[in-house]
Structures are given as structure tokens and as C-alpha cells.
Ligand binder design. Sequence first.
Ligand SMILES: [Zn+2]
Length: 245
Amino acid sequence: MASLTLNGIVLRHANYRDNDRILTIFTREQGTVTAAARGCRKCGSALLACSEIFTYGEFVLFEGRGRYTVDACDVRERFYALREDMDRLAAGAYMLSVTEACTPKGQQSEALFDLLYYALSYAAYGKQAPVDVALCFLARCLAILGYTPRLTRCACCGEDLRALPRLGFDPCAGGAVCGACMRPDSIAVSPLSLEAVRRMLLLSNQDMEKVALPERVRTELKAALNAYAEHVLERKLRPADQLRC
Ligand SMILES: [Zn+2]
């Protein structure tokens, strides 16, 4: 059997048989892969630590008949603080849900991997509200995928939005819209929320810890960015309302 070594973060696990798990791992080198962790739920198993969500490590996988089996894992970080606080956990779980929705199997994305690593670090250990990290992650993730929403000019008519007091966000149109182009189901957003997204997209990953959103901006962006992401990714995400302000 061929073996390969991949740096990955566990996005999901599903128990099967008495002691095994199937892991969904987002890897830096090969995008999302699934691998069986045999015996990982046995007491004392060397694979126990690497079979939990959020775990980041160097996985050694065996490939046989088109399937991967985890042979060993050098765990680098478990982001354990995410499990000790409901707000941190909600933010971390939401980011894993977004990652799983946007990483088809075998599609490599080092930029997305690095973004997820930093975002989980700040959600686990940062001083700012975890929900702000999750929203920043979502905006930057969409940009990496080529789905940056329209933020400066109306997605319908092209009018400059920066001087307008009344704005909406229309996922189907591709982003923010002017008052004249708003539809009944457009999501209300303030100029401040659009400016917050513009700034979040300009940060480096290391600067994500500086993001601190006003309450109203958080509420607006939770609705607008999540609806937009579900539209472009064509997937339902883990409910964004579990992200607590
Ligand atoms: Zn317009």
C-alpha cells in the first residue's frame, strides 16, 4: 500500500463499527480527504487524539483500493479552548461547516488552509468576540474562492454606494444594492457594515485578531454574508444564528 503524509485539520467525524471513525480532513496538500481511523475509539489508542474535530496535525495515510486509512498522526494543535466556551465552539464549528461546503475533494487550497488555521487560532485563544473571527473568516474565504461580493457599487445598476444612506444586500444579485434596486427580500445593511467587509478583506491573516465589530454590524453581516455564502456555495451552512454576539 502507498503511504502519504498530509498536513490537515479534522472537519468532521462519523463513528462506525464499535471503535472506528471516518474522518473528513481538510489538508493543505490535497484539499478534503476522508480516511478511516481504525480502533481510534479504543481506550489508549494512539489515534484517539487525532480523531476529534479541530485537530491539526501531520497525518500519515495508507492508500489502498482508492481508500485512505490513518496510520499515524503527529498532532500539532488541538485548539482545545474551542471546546471550553460555547461562543468559541459555535464560531469554530461554523468555520468548519463553511470549509467543508467550499472544498471539493482533491482540490488543493493552501490559502484557504492557512486562513482556517489562523481563524481557528484566534477563535480559540483571541481576546476579541469569536463571532467576529468567524465573520472575517467567511468574508475572506469567499474572496479566496473568487466570490467577493459587490461592496462598493450596486450589484444591479452600478451606482456608487459609498455616499448612500439606504442600502440592501441581495445574494442573488451578487452583493450590495442601492435603495432603488432593493427588493422586498433584500437584507438591510448599513454603510458601516460594507466598510467593515472591505477592511476585513485587506487584512493579513495575522491581523485578523484586530477585528472588533459593533453589535449592529455583526447582526447585519451574520444575515447578509451567510445568505450570500449559501447562495454561491449552493449549500446550507451550519445555522449562523448559533453564532452568538
Ligand atoms: Zn442600484
